[in-house]
Design a protein around this ligand. Structure first.
Ligand SMILES: Cc1cc2nc3c(=O)[nH]c(=O)nc-3n(C[C@H](O)[C@H](O)[C@H](O)COP(=O)(O)OP(=O)(O)OC[C@H]3O[C@@H](n4cnc5c(N)ncnc54)[C@H](O)[C@@H]3O)c2cc1C
Length: 503
């Protein structure tokens, strides 16, 4: 019998325990997984809003949804409301679902643009089932029959990040992951190959391995500090570099969406959980001090604060490679993009899924490493462009941040996307990864960019037919949303443990 392949995970935040849980559930007995974390150092402790792909991750590794939701005080999420982003007083929702349905082989957007230009269409959100459910504070699971309008959406979760990591820890340890408590004070590397051989703990113990997964957070202990893989700084496009976070009392009628409200020098998040509400103010330290940003957050809370506000510092960007030699960075150690579209945990998931498919045996294999880095970079770059779009397309005149973002030049990849949408309402449909056309549509239109024209194919459908069909669609959405359960009641019924604890 050969020795098992040793995988050492450095760090026990959301990234570390998601990696440990996924490896424990998917790799075979040939691998032995050990996680090192330090309670002294702690975790970043935020990260409460997710994307629908998290359900795929949980399903894939065998997590039961209702149990996970009860244990993490989770609620459902159908999208994100952007308040005051286009201009003060505006509001739009980026839904996890479609706008309308295609007709005659042509996307709904094309019919809508034509009807809107003829003065015969409502704002696009009237044709989204998920947006209407959000606007009415309702939730239900999507149905499987694809011909039904209430099959046209997906959902994600709001959850307590600390509880989620603790839940995954239990899950992973029950499946054989060994946990070591201790602060890493040194790293041993092979003299010739430069591969990481072991991490040294403060206690003197050495933890050696064949593979090291760096989940050490912003510090990037292995990939950044030890292997010196450069960090690509994207703050010229995403200048916000701090956040102040504070929990507040729970909302009796939790919204099934995250709220993001633009402020003078950044924006504020509001995330309703079962037991409390998560709040934070992401801001640019060039334009507002920590104290002013904290005061602004506190004066905007809907309910009483439950703890002292905590300031976090960050920089937008990513490492130029996430996998180097025998070290793979997952989570904040590989990069960070502000939580405007709840993408960080998704990026953790992308790295884990790519890793479980590409994991070599004992030796690094360049083809597999290159493919992993390509997949991860793709996703980071696309998320970056999508976030920049929110800032760049703004009509706010209440702060230097907004003026700067409106006037800055954007990456070519984004400039091309904007131009295609402006001319034809055209959006590239990716084969995999973020973001799908409805996401781009909601932000383009929500931030005030409308297509000047439509695809010629849309003209094959008589305008009156297209308008009639849109009216039917809207009526069907309205009537079905009215009978959906209220979101808070749905959650309480679905998570009996929580219901019992709250009563
Ligand atoms: C303000 C803010 C808001 C966010 N909101 C969201 C959101 O809504 N949605 C979302 O998806 N993501 C969000 N994120 C990102 C999310 O929090 C992270 O992606 C996620 O928590 C993963 O973090 P991590 O595990 O990589 O790092 P961390 O949580 O920082 O964990 C690092 C781990 O490494 C260990 N460690 C570090 N150094 C050592 C050492 N020397 N020895 C031993 N152990 C060590 C620590 O003890 C810890 O266990 C947000 C981030 C910020 C900053």
């Amino acid at each position: 019998m050969t020795d098992p392949i040793d995988i050492v995970i450095v760090g026990g935040g959301t990234a570390g325990w998601m990696t440990a849980a996924a490896l424990a559930a998917t790799v075979g007995k040939d691998y032995r997984v050990r996680l090192v974390e330090s309670d002294q150092i702690g975790t970043v402790g935020v990260g409460e809003a997710t994307l629908p792909q998290m359900k795929d991750f949980n399903d894939h590794i065998g997590i039961l949804e209702a149990e996970m939701m009860a244990r993490t005080q989770a609620t459902f999420k159908l999208g994100i409301e952007f308040r005051d982003w286009g201009y003060p007083g505006s509001s739009y929702i980026h839904p996890f679902g479609e706008f309308g349905r295609p007709r005659g082989g042509v996307d709904f957007l094309q019919h809508w643009v034509r009807a809107r230009q003829a003065g015969e269409a409502e704002p696009i959100e009237a044709y989204s089932y998920a947006v209407q459910a959000c606007r009415h504070g309702r939730f239900d699971f999507p149905v499987e029959d694809k011909s039904e309008i209430n099959s046209t959406y997906a959902y994600a979760y709001h959850l307590d990040a600390g509880l989620y990591a603790a839940y995954l820890r239990e899950f992973a340890q029950a499946r054989g992951v060994e946990r070591t408590e201790g602060r890493i004070v040194g790293v041993d590397r092979h003299a010739e190959s430069g591969l990481v051989e072991a991490v040294q703990l403060e206690s003197g113990e050495k933890v050696s391995g064949d593979w090291f997964i760096d989940c050490s957070g912003f510090r990037s202990l292995l990939l950044g500090e030890t292997l010196e893989v450069p960090f690509e700084d994207w703050s010229e496009w995403l200048p916000c570099d701090r956040a102040v976070a504070v929990p507040s009392e729970r909302d009796d009628r939790p919204a099934p969406f995250t709220r993001s409200t633009a402020l003078e020098a950044g924006w504020q998040w509001r995330i309703p959980l079962q037991h409390r509400t998560g709040n934070g103010h992401v801001f640019c330290s060039r334009y507002i001090s920590d104290d002013e940003a904290t005061a602004r957050l506190l004066e905007n809370l809907d309910s009483a604060a439950l703890a002292d506000p905590r300031v976090l510092r960050f920089q937008a960007g990513r490492r130029s490679r996430s996998w180097e030699g025998n070290c793979i960075a997952v989570g904040l150690s590989s990069g960070f993009l502000e939580p405007l579209e709840s993408t960080s945990i998704y990026l953790v998931q992308v790295a884990i899924m790519a890793l479980t498919r590409l994991f070599p045996r004992r030796r690094p294999e360049p083809a597999l490493i290159n493919e992993f880095n390509r997949l991860v970079d793709y996703e980071y770059d696309r998320v970056r462009d999508f976030l920049i779009l929110h800032y760049h397309l703004n009509q706010r005149d209440d702060g230097e941040l907004w003026r700067h973002c409106r006037e800055m030049s954007v990456p070519d990849s984004l400039a091309e996307k904007m131009e295609l949408f402006r001319r034809r309402g055209f959006i590239d449909r990716y084969r995999f990864g973020l973001f799908a056309p409805p996401s781009w549509i909601s932000v383009f239109l929500g931030q005030g960019l409308s297509p000047a024209g439509h695809e010629p194919l849309a003209d094959n459908t008589p305008l009156e037919d297209a308008i009639g069909r849109m009216r039917e669609l809207q009526a069907s959405i309205d009537s079905r949303v009215q009978v959906m359960p209220a979101h808070g009641e749905f959650v309480a019924d679905y998570c009996p443990a929580t219901k019992a604890a709250l009563s």
